[in-house]
Every structure is written in structure tokens, then in C-alpha cells.
Ligand binder design. Structure first.
Ligand code: PGA
Length: 249
């Protein structure tokens, strides 16, 4: 049976009160389905609320959108892995394109974060993806491989097996332009090869970038996709309910 992971990246949206209403509506409308996981990445201020509301549902989890690599200290504005764990996180996004391109996060920092997240017992969801000019210059695979190497090179196979990758072409994020299933599949196959060469077994590779109700069926029909990471179309419970209920053959 095909396993799929649907991950909602709420970015800087949905406070605790709105999350309560959202998750109530979601839980009322969504029963666990075999092979299907649904994860939520709320803002840090909403993480605890979400994790509390979904307690007891093994198919659901909450995660942090970003973490610092140090476990504690004088890092105003940051949250550590242990703080995220205490708030109920089971996963953390690392190297989202907005972290890389708006906040200047480097490949080396993603490497520190992956190690901290693994050490803290969370699942790292490493985001990679090329910019439009890089795609047009034929550099997509080189960029993605550089990002994979920056974050993951040197990890033991056992650690590598725990890492989830989200391939999110920067030109597709929040633009309404999604990669075609074939475009995504080519990059996913390359990422899968990179990981398996280093000892990962059946890696989980998500696609992200303008996933919505119109394109979800076509995207998840592509077997290279093990799921999706969704921003805009995850912000309303009714839309997200429909999206995560998409049938696959
Ligand atoms: P989008 O965002 O679905 O709004 O394009 C995806 C993401 O940034 O993870």
C-alpha cells in the first residue's frame, strides 16, 4: 500500500484561538486512513495548542517551522529543539526557502540544525529547491545536490534514514505555478539516488510549491512523490480536509 504524508506549513499564520477552531473542525471531519499521515507546522506560539489537541492520534503530528541548533542559551528570538519538544513537536522543518532566501540561512547552518534535530529525537524535514534562474540555467540538480550535501554529508546511514526531504522549487512557492508531476519526479529520483547511495532505505520525499485542490490528485498520482508540503492551501480547515482526503490509486 502506498504511504503518503501531507504536511501543512502555516508559516506566519494561525494563532492559538484560530488553531483550536481549525483542529476541532479537522478532527470532526478526518478519520485516520491506512498509510496516510497528516502533520502540522504551526507558528511557534501555536505549536503547543496544536500538539495538545491532536494527542492520541498516531497519524497526526505537529512540528516546528524552524529551530536553533544550540540546545539553550542567549539567542533572543530563537527556539531550541528541547523547547520545541516540550511544546509537543515531533518534527522540524529545516532550510525552508524562506529561511534561506529571506533570512540568509546557509547550507552549513542547515547541517547544524539537522544534527540538533536528530539529537533531540525529532524528525528533520529538510527543504531543498532551486530558484527560477537556476532552473533556467540547467542548474536544478546541482543546486539540490549542494543543499543535500551541505545539510547531510557525513551523517551515518542510520541517521540519514530518519530524514525526510521536501523538494520545493523556489519559483513554485506561493506563486500559483507548480512543478509538473514529471518535473518533480525527475528531481525526486535524483534526491532518492543521492540518499540511497549513502545508505538511506526508502526515503520519504515530499513535493511543495503551490499544491492546491486543483493539482493535488495529479501530483500524488506520481509515485515518486511520497507526499506534499503545503502552505497557502493548508490555512483553511475545510480546504485542508479535502486535500488530505484526496484518493490515490
Ligand atoms: P505554498 O507554500 O503551498 O503556499 O506554495 C509551500 C511552502 O512554502 O512550504
Amino acid at each position: 500500500m502506498r504511504s503518503l504524508l501531507f504536511a501543512a506549513n502555516w508559516k506566519m499564520h494561525v494563532g492559538p484561538a484560530a488553531a483550536r477552531a481549525y483542529i476541532d473542525q479537522f478532527l470532526a471531519g478526518y478519520q485516520a486512513q491506512p498509510g496516510r499521515r497528516v502533520w502540522f507546522f504551526p507558528p511557534a506560539t501555536t505549536l503547543h495548542t496544536v500538539s495538545q489537541l491532536i494527542t492520541g492520534r498516531a497519524d497526526l503530528a505537529a512540528g516546528a517551522q524552524n529551530v536553533h541548533w544550540e540546545p539553550k542559551g542567549a539567542f533572543t528570538g530563537e527556539i531550541s529543539v528541547p523547547l520545541a519538544v516540550e511544546a509537543g513537536a515531533r518534527a522540524a522543518l529545516i532550510g525552508h526557502s524562506e529561511r534561506r532566501h529571506v533570512f540568509g540561512e546557509t547550507d552549513a547552518e542547515t547541517g547544524l540544525k539537522v544534527r540538533a534535530v536528530l539529537a533531540g529525537g525529532l524528525v528533520p524535514v529538510l527543504c531543498v529547491g532551486e530558484k527560477l534562474e537556476q532552473r533556467e540555467a540547467g542548474e536544478t540538480l546541482a543546486v539540490v545536490q549542494r543543499q543535500l550535501a551541505g545539510a547531510l554529508e557525513g551523517l551515518e546511514a542510520e541517521a540519514l534514514r530518519k530524514v525526510i526531504i521536501a523538494y520545493e522549487p523556489v519559483w513554485a512557492i506561493g506563486t500559483g505555478k507548480n512543478a509538473t508531476p514529471r518535473d518533480a519526479a525527475q528531481v525526486h529520483a535524483d534526491i532518492r539516488g543521492w540518499l540511497t547511495q549513502r545508505g538511506a532505505t526508502s526515503p520519504v520525499i515530499l513535493y511543495g510549491g503551490s499544491v492546491n485542490l486543483k493539482n493535488i490528485a495529479e501530483l500524488v498520482a506520481e509515485r515518486e512523490l511520497d507526499g506534499v508540503l503545503v502552505g497557502g492551501a493548508s490555512l483553511e480547515a475545510a480546504t485542508w480536509l479535502q486535500l488530505v482526503s484526496t484518493p490515490v490509486s
